[in-house]
Design a binder for this molecule. Structure first.
Ligand SMILES: [Zn+2]
Length: 396
């Protein structure tokens, strides 16, 4: 199954429909109810499939179908053809996260063969790698269910560690519109590059303050919110006052930080630069366009998703990671969520991405224990009990 999924080139720039249609047919053949939500181009879709009783609160198994590009990466083998070498499966997406999706799909017939006390949902999203774009539509569409799912397991590669917290992320595009002119007469121009540089320097100062003064959360590496400028471009020649400059930055905020306040501080600084620009040219200005944001994940110790993942993995510790996942969005929608999946993030997004077969085995064992937990006569009859009771009282 992993080989099949890797074979679909679902780089975020491409359509993911071939994979989605394949998965939909497969899950339907297992008896699942399947629902697709498309993007505005109809070239990409999320899949949401349900096995078991539709009117009960169940468990979502969630993963994204898209992968990062292979452009400019030196691969030892075809990235879209699974290759097994020395206990590892190589291919784009093996770790992030077609290994997990492959396991879920391969085990769907086994889930279907059980007497499921609560439903198991399969949530496959598009465009996660470009800012958790697709899953937002899938989450909105969950209103079609008669009952809200009890919890969500996001199978991003954590080496099967239980991740109960991650940072949030805000992505911002900055544009400085200045006024062109001869560099010898720079007092008649508005230098967009220099103004952008002042904002970049301000961001750097803010980062320094966060690093030195916090807030801190020792569960994260690094233990403070980060601010990073990823790109900048502007200007055409040394003797021309540059008319425009564009840059991009992000804030990855700790759950205990107030990223709204940070953004407000950044905007206030940008606004303070504007009068001097307007004095030279009324058409000049600064745009800060926040084009994407993903909520952080903060799980309490008694979170049902955390408790389930700890039981299924046999682990006693809950960890935190710096990168964002779709779990933050599910949790914000009121569905307790945790991140736990096979493979390691360190092997993702790189040439010769791989997943160890041992990790696949651990992932399979995890899903088989979940099977017992959701089975009416299974080995963990009480595990999801409190969630079921919670649902009964919700329905009343
Ligand atoms: Zn991923």
């Amino acid at each position: 199954m992993i080989e099949r999924l890797v074979g679909f080139d679902t780089t975020s720039a491409n359509s993911n429909l071939n994979l989605i249609v394949f998965a939909a047919e497969w899950l339907e053949s297992c008896g699942a109810r399947v629902r697709l939500t498309h993007d505005e181009t109809s070239q990409k879709a999320n899949l949401f499939a349900t096995l078991g009783p539709y009117d009960k609160a169940g468990v979502i198994l969630s993963g994204h179908t898209d992968v990062v590009p292979v452009d400019g990466q030196a691969w030892s083998s075809d990235p879209f053809r699974l290759e097994e070498r020395s206990g590892r499966l190589f291919g784009r997406g093996t770790a992030d996260m077609k290994g997990f999706l492959g396991l879920c799909l391969a085990l769907a017939p086994d889930f279907a063969a059980r007497d499921l006390a609560v439903p198991v949902h399969f949530a496959l999203s598009y465009d996660e790698e470009i800012g958790c774009v697709g899953v937002r539509r899938l989450i909105k569409d969950l209103d079609h269910l008669p009952v809200k799912p009890a919890l969500c397991l996001v199978g991003e590669p954590t080496g099967m560690a239980v991740i109960g917290g991650h940072k949030g992320k805000r992505s911002v595009r900055g544009t400085v519109l200045g006024k062109q002119g001869h560099s010898a007469l720079n007092h008649r121009g508005v230098n967009a590059v220099e103004i952008a540089a002042e904002i970049v320097a301000f961001l750097r100062g803010l980062q320094r303050r966060l690093r030195e003064q916090g807030p801190f959360d020792a569960g994260f590496d690094p233990p403070y919110s980060t601010i990073h400028v990823g790109s900048i471009s502007g200007g055409t020649a040394l003797n021309i006052v540059p008319a425009s400059c564009r840059f991009e930055f992000e804030i990855r905020d700790l759950p205990e930080d107030d990223s709204d306040a940070l953004m407000a501080e950044i905007r206030a600084f940008a606004v303070s630069l504007v009068p001097e620009m307007l004095a030279v040219d009324e058409a000049s200005g600064i745009l800060l366009d926040e084009y994407n944001s993903t909520n952080g994940l903060v799980c309490r110790a008694d979170d049902p998703a955390v408790r389930l993942a700890l039981t299924l993995t046999g682990s006693e510790t809950v960890q935190k990671v710096a990168y964002t996942t779709e779990a933050g969005l599910f949790a914000s929608a009121g569905i307790p969520s945790v991140v736990c999946g096979p493979g390691h993030i360190a092997q993702a997004h790189k040439p010769d991405e791989f997943i160890e077969i041992e990790q696949i085995r651990l992932g399979e064992a995890f899903l088989r224990r979940l099977m017992d937990a959701v089975d009416a006569g299974g080995a963990f009859p009480g595990l999801l009990k409190s969630e079921r009771e919670g649902v009964a009282s919700d329905a009343e």
